[in-house]
Design a protein around this ligand. Structure first.
Ligand code: SAM
Length: 251
C-alpha cells in the first residue's frame, strides 16, 4: 500500500511548522511540488527550505509537476473550479502511480492548513472514489493565514460570544456574506472591501504574512481603504503576485 501525508506547512513563516509536521516530513520519501508558474516560485522555494531545515534523518526526493491553472473569465466560477480539480486529479493520479512505489510515503506540502480553501483533500478523496490508484493518507494540520493574520495584528477573531465568518472576496463583493459581525476575507483579487457600505467598519489587513515582505494596515475603512488599495497595487507590481487577507469588524 502507498501512503500519503498531506502536511500543513503554515502560511509563510518556516517557524509556523508544528512538531507533528516535522515528524511527518521525516517520514516522506517523495515530495510532490506543484508548480504554479513563475510568480509562485517563492512558495516552491519555501517548501524546499522547510525540507532542508527540518528533515534530519531521512533521504527524500522532490518531484515537480506543473499544476493546471483555472480558466479565468466571465464563465461560471464553480464550473471552472470543478474543471480545474478534474485536471489536478489527473496530475495527482499520474504522480502517485508513476513516482511512488508500494510501501513508500508521498508528501504534499500544503500552504497554511489543508482544511481551508485548498483542494488537495477533495482531490485525494475523488481519486480514491474513482478507484484508479490505491493509497491511504493522513492529514497534518498547519497554521492558517487566518491565524497568522490575527496573531500579527494581536487581535482575537471574534467579539465576545459572537460568530466569525470566513469567506472570499468574490462573495463579499456580491453581497453574499452572512450575519456575522466579524468576517475574514480571503482570495480577494478585486479590493472587495471597497464595496462595504458602512465605512465605520474596521479592517485588519495583512499581505505576505509571516514572510520578510509582510505588510500590515488597520483602521476604519473610511480612513485606510484608499491606503490599502494603493499599497496593495504597488506591492503586487513589485513582487509580481500578492497574497493578502483581512478581517472586517462591523461597528
Ligand atoms: C488558496 S488559499 C489557501 C489558504 C491556506 N490553506 C491557509 O490555510 O491559509 C490562498 C489565500 O490564503 C490567504 N493567504 C495565504 N497565505 C497568506 C499569507 N502569508 N499572507 C496573506 N494571505 C495569505 C490569501 O487570502 C490567499 O488568497
Amino acid at each position: 500500500m502507498k501512503h500519503l501525508l498531506v502536511i500543513g506547512i503554515g502560511a509563510g513563516n518556516p517557524d509556523y511548522i508544528t512538531m507533528q509536521a516535522v515528524k511527518a516530513l521525516n517520514r516522506v520519501d517523495v515530495f510532490f511540488l506543484m508548480d504554479k508558474g513563475k510568480s509562485k516560485q517563492a512558495l516552491i522555494d519555501l517548501r524546499r527550505e522547510i525540507c532542508e531545515r527540518y528533515i534530519t534523518d531521512h533521504t527524500y526526493r522532490f518531484v515537480e509537476a506543473v499544476s493546471p491553472e483555472r480558466e479565468r473569465g466571465e464563465g461560471d466560477y464553480t464550473a471552472s473550479v470543478d474543471a480545474l480539480n478534474r485536471a489536478r486529479q489527473q496530475t495527482f493520479e499520474r504522480l502517485i502511480n508513476e513516482q511512488l512505489y508500494d510501501g513508500q510515503c508521498g508528501g504534499f506540502l500544503v500552504w497554511g492548513d489543508p482544511a481551508l480553501y485548498d483542494s488537495t483533500l477533495r482531490i485525494l478523496q475523488a481519486i480514491q472514489a474513482a478507484g484508479r490508484c490505491e493509497f491511504d493518507y493522513e492529514v497534518i494540520p498547519g497554521i492558517s493565514s487566518v491565524q497568522a493574520l490575527a496573531a500579527q495584528h494581536k487581535i482575537p477573531l471574534n467579539t465576545i460570544g459572537r460568530s466569525v465568518e470566513i469567506t472570499t472576496g468574490r462573495r463579499l463583493a456580491a453581497g453574499q456574506s452572512g450575519e456575522a459581525d466579524s468576517i475574514v476575507v480571503m482570495l480577494d483579487a478585486e479590493d472587495s472591501y471597497q464595496q462595504v457600505a458602512d465605512r465605520d467598519t474596521e479592517i485588519y489587513w495583512g499581505a505576505y504574512l509571516g514572510t520578510p515582505d509582510e505588510i500590515l494596515i488597520s483602521g476604519r475603512l473610511a480612513d485606510v481603504a484608499e491606503e490599502i488599495e494603493h499599497v496593495r497595487k504597488a506591492a503586487r507590481a513589485e513582487h509580481g503576485w500578492i497574497m493578502d487577507i483581512y478581517l472586517l469588524r462591523k461597528p
